[in-house]
Design a protein around this ligand. Structure first.
Ligand code: NAD
Ligand code: UDP
Length: 335
């Protein structure tokens, strides 16, 4: 992991290097976060090939790129060898491995698929990155820290993960993906970057995603009870998707390996989050408490020191504003 240099003055700015003339493979590009990454890459003039099997993603997230000659969608499972189609034939300058179901609801529904995409899928894509001489960026997660005993969580913290629980299929397969990425870097000279993403929300989360924010918003808009799990005192630090995507692209453009945390530091309890959303929606939904999820982390908050110093990263969207935009998106989807 990179040493922390003294705070740069003036602040670091990372110049975009994967823009016009670059060919970029984005796995999982039809998903929530990845589809926003695809938008920004196309805005910069890059050529983008998305590979997605739609296990949790949706065609409508990328439908607005149909007809763009710099955009191609390939429907395939990246845990299998990539299909021999022209779009996947040429050399890629960067491979962004963002594919993986990410909601705790999916940890039960898609346990083996999650292990395959983060395990076998990561190995396949690292091989391809070495063959192409491409920069490889892995979307890892704050779940690598498990139920952390250190707050906020710096990248140097090794985590507190139950290796056999329901969440392990995700936590441990992302930890495997990180280990594989670093092994390819050390042994095969792969140019790699690992981002540990903290709870991110925004438009294009799916209605049945199961994560707290889309669930609370959907319930509040429908006037249904808002289901807080356990005591509701557990916390998360929520990041609006535009901020996260800026951080991911700064890491891609940088020469850093990471892992680097990316997210925001607005730590909020789930009870307070439910109350905020009910009030923003103007809903009369009651807030009810339901069973706690197994191994549910009690507190989570990123230490963003590395992202700030190495990438010049700073999240700027206030939670009220980000939640307002997200509520508007869900309101339109539900009417
Ligand atoms: P998402 O489910 O909306 O997107 C994942 C995409 O990957 C979907 O389009 C899905 O169909 C695709 N996919 C899954 N398995 C695949 C496979 N085998 N082959 C091809 N495509 C496949 O989830 P998201 O929240 O946008 O997460 C995107 C990435 O960011 C994931 O790697 C996730 O682990 C990571 N992440 C997200 C968050 C967050 O708060 N959103 C937090 C930590 C990490
Ligand atoms: N949560 C909740 N009600 C829900 C969904 C989630 O209270 O309907 C809680 C969950 O127990 C956890 C927090 O919200 O403590 C965040 O869960 P989420 O699924 O959004 O993401 P996680 O950070 O656990 O991956």
């Amino acid at each position: 992991m990179a040493d922390v240099p003294p705070l740069a003055d003036p602040p670091v700015t990372i110049e975009p290097r994967f823009g016009e003339g670059s060919r970029i493979l984005v796995t999982g590009g039809a998903g929530f976060v990845p589809s926003h990454v695809v938008d920004r890459l196309l805005d910069r003039g890059a050529t983008v090939v998305v590979v997605d099997n739609f296990i949790t993603g949706a065609k409508e997230n990328i439908a607005h790129h149909e007809g763009n000659p710099r955009f191609t969608l390939v429907e395939a499972d990246v845990a299998e060898p990539l299909p021999r189609v022209p779009a996947l034939g040429g050399r890629f300058d960067a491979i962004m491995h963002l594919a993986s179901p990410a909601s705790p609801t999916d940890f039960r529904r898609y346990a083996l698929e999650i292990m395959r995409v983060n395990g076998v899928g990561t190995l396949h894509l690292l091989e391809r990155a070495v063959a192409d001489g491409a920069r490889f960026l892995l979307a890892s997660t704050s779940e690598a820290y498990g139920d952390p005993l250190v707050h906020p969580q710096p990248e140097s913290y090794w985590g507190n993960v139950n290796p056999i629980g329901e969440r392990a299929v995700y936590d441990e397969s992302k930890r495997f993906a990180e280990a594989a990425t670093m092994a390819y870097h050390r042994d095969r000279g792969a140019d790699v970057a690992i981002v540990r993403i903290f709870n991110t929300y925004g438009p294009r989360m799916s209605l049945d995603d199961g994560r707290a924010i889309p669930t609370f918003i959907t319930q509040a808009l429908r006037g249904e009870p808002v289901t807080v799990m356990g005591t509701g005192q557990q916390t998360r630090s929520i990041c609006y998707v535009d901020d996260l995507v800026r951080g991911i692209l700064a890491l891609l453009d940088s020469r850093e390996t990471g892992p680097i945390n990316c997210g925001a530091t607005h730590e909020i309890s789930m009870r307070a989050l439910a109350e905020t959303i009910v009030s923003l929606v103007g809903s009369s939904s009651p807030i009810v408490h339901v069973a706690k999820a197994p191994d549910d982390p009690e507190r989570r908050r990123p230490d963003l020191t590395l992202a700030r110093r190495l990438l010049g990263y700073e999240p700027v969207v206030a939670p009220e504003e980000g939640l307002r935009r997200t509520v508007e998106y869900f309101r339109q989807r539900l009417t």
